[in-house]
Design a protein around this ligand. Sequence first.
Ligand code: SF4
Ligand code: SF4
Length: 499
Amino acid sequence: MADYKCEPTKWVEMSQPVDGGRDTYQTKSWHPPKENWGPFTTSGTAPVWFAEANATNWTESMICKAKDLFYEAKLNECFDKGDEVAIKIHYGEWNRTAILRPEYIAAIVEEVKACGGNPYVVNDTTLSYHIFNSMAYSHYQKAGATRHGYTDATFGCPVVVADGFAGEDDYRVDIPDGLILKETYIGRAVAEADAMIVLAHARGHAITMYGGALKQLGIGCQSKRGKYITHLAHWGDPHDAIGWPKFTDQCPGKACKFHQMCDDSCPRGAHHVVEHGKVWDPSKCRLCYSCQVTCIFSGMTGITFEENYFPNAMIAHADAALGALKCFEKGKVGYINHAIDVVPECDCFPWAGLAICADVGLFAGKDLVAVEMATLDAIDKMAISPGSVAEEKGCKPGDDKFQMVNGFSPRITMAAAEKIGLGGQKYELINYEPVLSPESAARWQVRGAGGEKGKATTLRLRETFHRNDLATEVQPFRRTDYNKEWVFSEWKKYDPFSK
Ligand code: SF4
Ligand code: SF4
C-alpha cells in the first residue's frame, strides 16, 4: 500500500440505537409448536455409518452406497407415509463448481418416495454477501440451481426456495437454551415440513471454518432474517461491536480500482468512497458482508473482520441450528455428509479452490454432532492434496485441517452444539462395505433391472434383437485387409509406450 495515500475511514455518529419495529413484527410471527424436539442420542456414543469414496463394482458406486446408508442408518424411519419431507441441500453460488452432484440428491429423493414420503428439495435465500451474489433472491438462486442441474426434472420432486421471493417468508423460533442467540427465523418450507433429510457437502467455510450438516441447519435453514441474526448483524454499539465491518487504514479511496464496485456493494448505501478513504454510516449498516467480501475478493485490504468475530459466529450458528431442529419432532431429521470435493471454502463462493484432501466418503446418522465429528476426524486423517492451500499452510495428516486452512477449529462449534443438546461428540463408526452378489448388484440399477420391478437391460435387448437384429444385420461390414499381423502387432505403432 506504500504507493497510496490512505486516510482512516470516517464514521458517521449514530444518534440512537436502531429500532426496526421488532415488537410489532413479532406479534405477527409464529412459533412452531413442536415441543418434543431433541437429538436422537442423548447419552453415550451415537452410531455413524461410513462408506468410503471408492468403487470397483456396481454395488460400490457412491450413489448405491448413499442409498444403502439411507437404510443402514434408518433415515427411512425419520418420516411416515404421507409426510412432507424437506430434502435440505445447498443450491450453490453461480459459477461454483464444487457442489454435490445432482445424482446424490436424486438418489435420496427416489428412496424417500419409495418409502411413501412426499419429498421436496429446499434451500433458503441468503444475505447479499458480495456485489454479484446470486442467492439473495429466489429467482436468481433458482437460475443458479438449474445451471447446476438442480431441477424438478433431475430430482423427480419440486425444488423450492424455503423463505420466499426475497427471504420474507419465515417463522420465528425461540431458543431459550442458546448460548448467544435466543431466537431465530426459519424458512417456512423447512419449518412446515414433517421431516427433513439433510444432504450436506462437507468442506471448508470462511466464517464457520467448516460446513457440513450442522451448517445446513445453522445457516442453510435460516431465512434472511434468521441469517442476519445468526451473523450477529444487530450487535449493539457499532464502535466496539464484533459483528460490524472492520475498516483498516489500508483503503486508498478513489485510487482503488474497485472503488465503484465497493460503493455499489452495499444494499443499504451505508458507505461511500472519498478521495483517500471511506465514509461509513453504521446506523444504515446491517452486516451483510457485502463490502467486506467484495473488498477481500478483489484482493484489497480496506475492510476485514474482527478476529473474535469468527468463534462467536460459529457458536451463534450452533444456536441457530437448534432453532431449525426445534421445528421437528424428535427423530424426524436425518443427516448424510458427503466428504467429496473437500475444498477450503463454502458452496456460496463463486469459484472452488483445490480440494485439501482426496475424497473421503459418506457419513450418515441421526445424531447431528456425531455425524459431524466422524466427518471431521476422517478428513483430518487424510493425506494433504498437493498444490492445495492445506499444503501451502504446512498442514500434515492428523492436523485439524480446517483450523490450519481457515483460522479456528470447527470443534468450537461442535463443543457448543453438544452443550445445547444438538447431539454428542462421541460416536461409533460403522464401516459399511457392500457385498457383491447377484442380488446386491441388481439392487439399485436402472428401472429396477434384475430385481422385482424390472428386467436386466440385456434381457430387454434380447427381445429387441429378436424383432430387429441390430447386432448382425450389418454383417459383413467393409474393412481393411485385417489380419493377425494387425491384431497382434500393427496396433502397437499407435502406442507411444510400445517397444
Ligand atoms: S456497510 Fe454494512 S450493510 Fe453495507 S455492505 Fe457493508 S456490511 Fe453490508
Ligand atoms: S474495495 Fe476495499 S480498498 Fe477498495 S475502495 Fe473498497 S474498501 Fe477501499
